[in-house]
Design a protein around this ligand. Structure first.
Ligand SMILES: Nc1ncnc2c1ncn2[C@@H]1O[C@H](COP(=O)(O)OP(=O)(O)OP(=O)(O)O)[C@@H](O)[C@H]1O
Ligand SMILES: CC(C)(CO)[C@@H](O)C(=O)[O-]
Ligand code: BAL
Length: 294
């Protein structure tokens, strides 16, 4: 890489080997590196992280890796949508400097016996429904941090619990990377962008709008003075359960950092949920504030 490379000026480099990442980035020494970890099948949510990284760093690396260790038995590892050619074209257009798309054998030794586990924030919500999920996420994210050595790493608030778990893991293990949380990007009608939206039939797509709508209803109730967490949760849950295509996995009002369930909305709270729409499990979340007008 030339000394003045970065910000996509030199064209994008696509690699699949750890050594290639290391030799590319060795030449970036002294410059800031932003990392955007993804599982591919990119959409505007991912691209918002990439754009933020390009603004804040000299060099931006994106990983494309459907990480097997965060999927449980019976989950959609095989079916997970993939389109490498399309992803590469988008990344090139957006000015990524480096794309790391390894095969599972490149990242995991067949006899790997070391795992990274955050034990508090990861235990409830998605962690309760998907045992082992965050262990797989933390392990692969720490591995990516070790490979890339990013100054900053970008994660979306769409996966709100994941963001908090990674923040904690990074703090607890003294990883010298700043974890940057980025706002949830929605379709114009409110649906949170997600690679898994591609699984939805048109009818399910219409039902899925209830996820963002139920958060808006709870937010209106909070603005109207409702502080009781049970009542706010019930407002949201009722809206989801009116639709027979939806099955709520969990729906909680939690403290935005500790993810502890709230009884009363005294300060800011996060309404956070996972729900099955047909056979597709989707996430959504949003802020609730007691003050009127926020
Ligand atoms: N709508 C979104 N807004 C902001 N960030 C997002 C959005 N969707 C995904 N991201 C972020 O992009 C990163 C990579 O996510 P991932 O590749 O799993 O995509 P995804 O759309 O969340 O897929 P899935 O369908 O598996 O949930 C994560 O940090 C995730 O939070
Ligand atoms: C952070 C991540 C890339 C780790 O595989 C994944 O969980 C995701 O895409 O959110
Ligand atoms: N962004 C979420 C990754 C997963 O569901 O495994």
């Amino acid at each position: 890489m030339r000394r003045d490379a970065g910000k996509g000026e030199m064209g994008m480099r696509k690699v699949s080997r750890i050594q290639e990442v290391r030799s590319f980035l060795r030449e970036a020494s002294g410059r800031s590196i932003g990392l955007v970890p993804t599982m591919g099948y990119l959409h505007e949510g991912h691209l918002s992280l990439l754009r933020r990284s390009r603004k804040e760093n000299d060099v931006t690396a994106v990983s494309l890796f459907v990480n097997p260790t965060q999927f449980g038995p019976g989950e959609d590892l095989e079916a997970y949508p993939r389109d490498l050619e399309r992803d590469l074209a988008l990344l090139e257009r957006e000015g990524a400097d480096l794309v790391f798309a390894p095969r599972p054998e490149e990242l995991y030794f067949p006899d790997a016996s070391t795992w990274v586990e955050e034990t508090r924030l990861a235990s409830g919500l998605c962690g309760a429904s998907r045992p082992g999920h965050f262990r797989g996420v933390c392990t692969v994210v720490l591995k990516l941090f070790q490979i890339v050595g990013p100054t900053r790493a970008y994660f979306g608030e769409k996966d709100y619990q994941q963001l908090q778990v990674i923040r904690r893991m990074t703090r607890d293990l003294n990883v010298p990377t700043e974890v940057v949380g980025c706002p949830l990007v929605r379709e114009p009608d409110g649906l949170a962008l997600s690679s898994r939206n591609t699984y939805l039939s048109p009818e399910e797509r219409a039902s899925a709008l209830r996820l963002s709508r139920c958060i808006a209803l709870a937010r209106e109730a909070a603005r109207g003075g409702q502080r009781d967490a049970r009542s706010l949760r019930e407002t949201a849950r009722r809206h989801l359960e009116e639709d027979p295509r939806i099955r709520v996995d969990y729906l909680e009002l939690v403290h935005p950092e500790t993810l502890e369930p709230l009884e009363t909305l005294d300060g800011e709270g996060r309404l956070i949920l996972a729900a099955w729409v047909g056979k597709t499990r989707l996430l959504d979340n949003g802020t609730l504030c007691p003050e009127a007008g926020r």
